[in-house]
Design a protein around this ligand. Structure first.
Ligand code: G1P
Length: 274
């Protein structure tokens, strides 16, 4: 049973400067809701109510967002504006939130290892909040949790991307087990198109078994001199089994300006009701 979802959220969000100079990139709104709130909603929908956030300097707004704001709530009590807090109030009352600070940015693998004291010895999910996933049926994490119940191993979400975009992602080589499920044979972090083993790219949704922590501890810095989760997962795949799952649903890369605008337009047209 998976109960915990880890959100690595210590990064600087340099692609959105100056907006992210003093505001966490995870608080950038898609219409009127911050990115991380969509991620927490997806986690809760999948039954994961223990939210573990890896934060860093300048990220206090995240903890404030998932807390009561007495002054504001007192001010708008009884007014029509109160309904605008329904969704966040529901999250706050349904989830627990715990935080740990990452002191140095040494890559996604390092961020996940920083979360170990919050996770302990159990399987958990990871959401990178700047990958926004929208579904009309089961969310991506729900789909992955169901798969985990069946296979009991680490799972990464994948999507096909154009060949000239492989340098933005971890890219896998897999052997198809059945429709949309692959057993990972190899994976490379951000390869040039000519070095990419396929066009199947990892997106920011993972289920990880807790042995990943020891593997990360023994993983040398890789691409960009950072401790890469992709390298640790490759080791896990060699030792046992890691699956890649081609999920159902839409995904927007909100870490890029183009993807952010696309997500905003999509959510405004399809999800927003004033
Ligand atoms: C990270 C991972 C990469 C993955 C991507 C998904 O990269 O290192 O393997 O494909 O997230 O968004 P980042 O985008 O944080 O540089």
């Amino acid at each position: 049973m998976i109960r915990k979802c880890l959100f690595p959220a210590a990064g600087y969000g340099t692609r959105f400067l100056p907006a992210t100079k003093s505001m966490p990139k995870e608080m950038m709104p898609i219409v009127n809701k911050p990115l991380i709130e969509y991620g927490v909603e997806e986690a809760l929908e999948a039954g994961l109510s223990q939210i573990c956030i890896v934060t860093g300097r300048g990220k206090r707004a995240l903890a404030d967002h998932f807390d009561t704001n007495y002054e504001l709530e007192h001010q708008i009590a009884g007014s029509s504006k109160e309904a605008m807090l329904n969704d966040i109030r529901h999250l706050i009352s349904s989830c627990t939130f715990s935080y740990i600070r990452q002191q140095e940015m040494k890559g996604l693998g390092h961020a996940i290892l920083t979360g170990e004291p919050l996770i302990g010895d159990e399987a958990f999910a990871v959401v990178l909040a700047d990958d926004l996933c929208i579904n009309t049926d089961d969310g991506v994490l729900s789909q992955m949790v169901k798969l985990y119940r069946q296979f009991r191993c680490s799972i990464v979400a994948i999507q096909e991307v154009p060949a000239n975009e492989t340098h933005k992602y971890g890219v896998i080589e897999g052997e198809m087990i059945k429709d949309d499920i692959f057993r990972i044979k190899s994976m490379v972090e951000k390869p040039a198109p000519e070095d990419a083993p396929s066009n199947m790219a990892i997106i920011g949704r993972y289920i990880l078994t807790p042995d990943i922590f020891d593997i990360i501890r023994n993983t040398e810095p890789g691409k960009g001199g950072e401790i890469q989760l992709t390298d640790a997962l490759l080791q896990q795949a060699k030792d046992g089994c890691v699956l890649a799952y081609k999920f159902r649903g839409k995904r927007f890369d909100c870490g890029s300006v183009d993807g952010y605008i696309e997500a905003t337009n999509y959510c405004y047209e399809n999800l927003y009701s004033p």
